[in-house]
Design a binder for this molecule. Sequence first.
Ligand code: 48F
Length: 259
Amino acid sequence: MIESKVSRGIISTYFEKMERNLELDVAIVGGGPSGIVAAYYLAKAGLKVALFDRKLSPGGGMWGGAMMFNQIVVQQEALHIVEEFDINHEKYEDGLYVMDSVESTSALLYKAVHAGATIFNCYSVEDVIFKSNVVSGVVVNWTPVLREGLHVDPLNILARCVVDGTGHDSEMCRTVARKNGIQLATDTGAVIGERSLDVVAGEEEVVNGTKEIYPGLYVCGMAASAVSGTPRMGPIFGGMLLSGKKVADLIIKRLNGDA
Ligand code: 48F
């Protein structure tokens, strides 16, 4: 009967997908623009990558543009990434381009999955796997379980590298530092917290701050600003795209044995 075939099709293929992703090259926490771009380039390089986002619709802060005016701005330096994702863009002025935020976010998501990344939505990463002082995977649970405060244990997913792309809260970095008494690769050894807005410095520093912040743990996007104490930049997205590509490049180099 078609009714049970529909259910069986979903259940059996979903659990096959989940099982295929229990041991990853890269686990990305957070599906904002930087995390999704990272997923795309990592998958394109042939690595096994899954991205986990706690929301039903990954995309983070990109859907809404600024104040829900659904346009976003990117600068010339990031245009090659916009073109790689085949997103329509219109020259505005001074090396700045505007794009529709809904087209942009859906293009990033479509291309990342199409390149071979797996996206798990409604998954909250509540902790990392921490073995011999190396971040070695993620601990995941259903977002509704956590929202309801239900006492249900999570599942574990091993990964050779974990990326913190959780945005302004830099949740993975905070968790690793708080639970394990370790020093992160920041000026203070702790999560410093993002500074007030400065577009030029913010865009530059978010890319500079994209790095391995602790063995096995990389950071990108606003999480990188928050960890290193650099300024926010508002609704200009070039730095997010460049940060996502940079973290992918660093990991590809590492996992291919070059670094
Ligand atoms: O904040 P967010 O959009 O990430 P981003 O790549 O981009 C920042 C920009 O959108 C914008 C900006 C740029 O000018 O300032 O804010 O740094 O998205 C972060 C995503 O991470 C998810 C959250 O649902 C969001 O979609 N997330 C956060 N913590 C967790 C998580 C977690 N513990 N587990 C799973 N997903």
